[in-house]
Each structure stands twice: as structure tokens, then as C-alpha cells.
Design a protein around this ligand. Structure first.
Ligand SMILES: Cc1cc2nc3c(=O)[nH]c(=O)nc-3n(C[C@H](O)[C@H](O)[C@H](O)COP(=O)(O)OP(=O)(O)OC[C@H]3O[C@@H](n4cnc5c(N)ncnc54)[C@H](O)[C@@H]3O)c2cc1C
Length: 280
């Protein structure tokens, strides 16, 4: 394969190689397996540099690969190119409560959705898990599409994230809340997200509850999801959810007492709001 990438030196020992296609980016990765890193918006890499981490010898820029940009809609999905800046992603209705919680507007002009996923503790991750999103990744041996949960647990060695697929759901079924300090960059203390569909008989289905500790834990709460699934939302169901959350959150070893308590309160308050709303 002819390598047509262009090169720019950013400091004595770092070369930025601008790939114009996914194939070219992959070829560069193969050429520099241990001394390179992909870069999109560069906001996280710049932050890491300010925190004292050295830049790698080679940065493989993805920002000229046109197929990685843009937002499309199909009948069932919203498809977002991985290099689409977060501010543009805010136009997706299901992400409208999520994107403004990530960094500042200036950072979001450059920061991308793919970069946020590869951060592994990005704030969009719990939301994407709750929304049932899938991610397309390309590696040397081909392309595949996996759920966000699988993406996190696979820890694939530096794939190129190409697209994020979000199933179209009713906006009122989705809930997202980040709890953190107001600083230019403070990691979230915790994030909760949920998706719960309610049919005409007010029976709940398609339940996904997600807890994130703001670090590398972003997980669903399957036991409590089963307590809600197939049930009408009543005071007694909410009581059972509360008990189940106590037990399920206690099993998450990385969660602090504060995180467990706030997570439970946020979910319960959302369920009470929904129950009261559905009775009106
Ligand atoms: C001031 C400041 C505040 C911030 N606040 C937040 C915050 O509140 N919440 C939050 O979640 N994050 C925050 N961040 C971190 C970061 O900006 C975001 O996570 C951002 O979305 C990263 O995207 P990027 O395109 O800039 O990534 P880059 O810096 O370009 O890359 C980040 C990582 O992802 C990899 N990568 C990027 N794109 C791809 C791709 N398409 N395929 C494969 N690998 C790729 C890179 O190799 C690198 O390892 C903040 C950063 C700053 C500087």
C-alpha cells in the first residue's frame, strides 16, 4: 500500500502523520506499532501532556478522514462518525442532556465522540450503554461492531473507532445525570443513566440501568433491571427497586458509600417522577 500521509513535526521527537483514509491510518499503525498513537481532537492527549506524559514519537492524525465525520439517520438508528466533534453530537436529541456535561464548549468544539470512548472513562460512555449503542471498530484483521459494554471489556489494542450507532428511542425513556465538581476539568464523581420504555398499559420494558464511578467502571445493574422489567411502575415496585439497588450497588467493590447512596437516590427520584407523570 502506498503511504500518502503527510508529516509535521510538533516537537523534536514527535511527528504528526496525517492519514487520509482508514487503510492509511492502519498501515501507519502497523509501521509504528509501539511508538504511535491515533489522535482526533487532541484534547485528551494535550491534557495528558500538560500533566507530564510524553507525546509518542508518532501521532497518527485521523482528522482528515472524511468517512469518520458526520451524523446520519436510518430508520432505526442515529449513526455518528467517531471524529465528529462533541458540539455537533449535541444535535442528536438523545444526547442533548449528555453532551453539555462534558468539559467546556471550547473543548467540545475539538473533542470527538470516538476520543471520548477511547478515554475509557468518558462521560458519554454510561449514556451510550443505557441507550444500547454499538460501536464499529477497525483493526488489522477487519471491522466489527460491538456493544459499548463489550467495547470496554474487550480492551482491543488500539483499534480505530469508526462509527457509533444509537438506536432511536423516545427521549422521555432516557435519563442521564452526571455528579461532579464545577472545575475546568474535574472527573465526574459518578454518573447514572437509564433507559426504560413504557407501553400503553404502563408496563416497563427494554430496561437498562447504568452506574459509572467516573473512572473505568461503567456497568449495567442487571438484577435491578429484572425487578423493573415487565412491571407497572407502582410504589411497591419502587420499594423493591430500592432494596435491589442497595444489594446490587454494595457488590460493586470500586463504588464508595457516597456513590452508592447518591446513585440509589437519583434512580429512585427518577422513578417517582415517572410514576407521578404517568398518573397525570
Ligand atoms: C479542559 C478539559 C476538560 C475535559 N473535561 C472532560 C469531561 O468533563 N468529561 C470527559 O469525558 N472528558 C473530558 N475531557 C477529556 C477529553 O477532552 C474528552 O474525553 C474528549 O472527548 C476526547 O476526544 P479527543 O478527540 O480530543 O481525543 P484525543 O485527545 O484526540 O484522543 C484521546 C484518545 O483516544 C484515541 N482516539 C481518538 N479518536 C480515536 C478514534 N477515532 N479511534 C481510535 N482511537 C482514537 C487517541 O489515540 C487517544 O488515546 C476534558 C479535557 C480537557 C482538556
Amino acid at each position: 500500500m502506498v503511504n500518502q500521509s503527510t508529516e509535521h513535526t510538533v516537537k523534536a521527537n514527535t511527528v504528526v502523520r496525517i492519514a487520509h483514509s482508514i487503510e492509511e491510518a492502519l498501515a501507519l499503525k502497523v509501521q509504528f506499532p509501539n511508538s504511535s498513537r491515533f489522535i482526533s481532537g487532541g484534547t485528551l492527549i494535550q491534557l495528558e501532556r500538560e500533566q507530564g506524559n510524553e507525546l509518542p514519537e508518532q501521532l497518527i492524525s485521523l482528522e482528515r478522514i472524511s468517512s469518520l465525520f458526520g451524523i446520519e439517520e436510518t430508520e432505526g438508528y442515529v449513526l455518528i462518525g467517531a471524529a465528529t466533534p462533541l458540539n455537533q453530537c449535541a444535535s442528536v436529541e438523545l444526547l442533548q442532556t449528555v453532551i453539555p456535561t462534558v468539559a467546556s464548549k471550547a473543548v467540545r468544539n475539538r473533542a470527538t465522540l470516538g476520543g471520548n470512548l477511547m478515554y475509557m472513562c468518558g462521560d458519554t460512555i454510561p449514556a451510550l450503554i443505557a441507550l444500547g449503542a454499538t460501536v464499529s471498530i477497525v483493526e488489522e484483521n477487519g471491522e466489527r461492531t460491538v456493544s459499548v459494554t463489550d467495547f470496554l471489556s474487550l480492551r482491543v489494542n488500539e483499534p480505530i473507532v469508526t462509527q457509533i450507532h444509537i438506536p432511536k428511542e423516545k427521549i422521555e425513556s432516557f435519563f442521564y445525570q452526571k455528579v461532579g465538581f464545577r472545575k475546568s476539568f474535574s472527573k465526574s464523581q459518578l454518573t447514572v443513566a437509564s433507559m426504560i420504555s413504557i407501553d400503553k398499559q404502563r408496563v416497563q420494558s427494554n430496561v437498562r440501568l447504568v452506574f459509572s464511578d467516573g473512572e473505568r467502571t461503567a456497568i449495567r445493574l442487571p438484577t435491578t433491571e429484572r425487578v423493573l422489567g415487565g412491571q407497572k411502575l407502582t410504589k411497591s415496585v419502587i420499594q423493591k427497586v430500592s432494596e435491589s439497588l442497595n444489594e446490587e450497588l454494595a457488590r460493586i467493590k470500586t463504588a464508595t458509600t457516597y456513590q452508592r447512596m447518591v446513585t440509589k437516590n437519583l434512580f429512585i427520584s427518577e422513578l417517582i417522577n415517572r410514576m407521578e407523570g404517568s398518573l397525570e
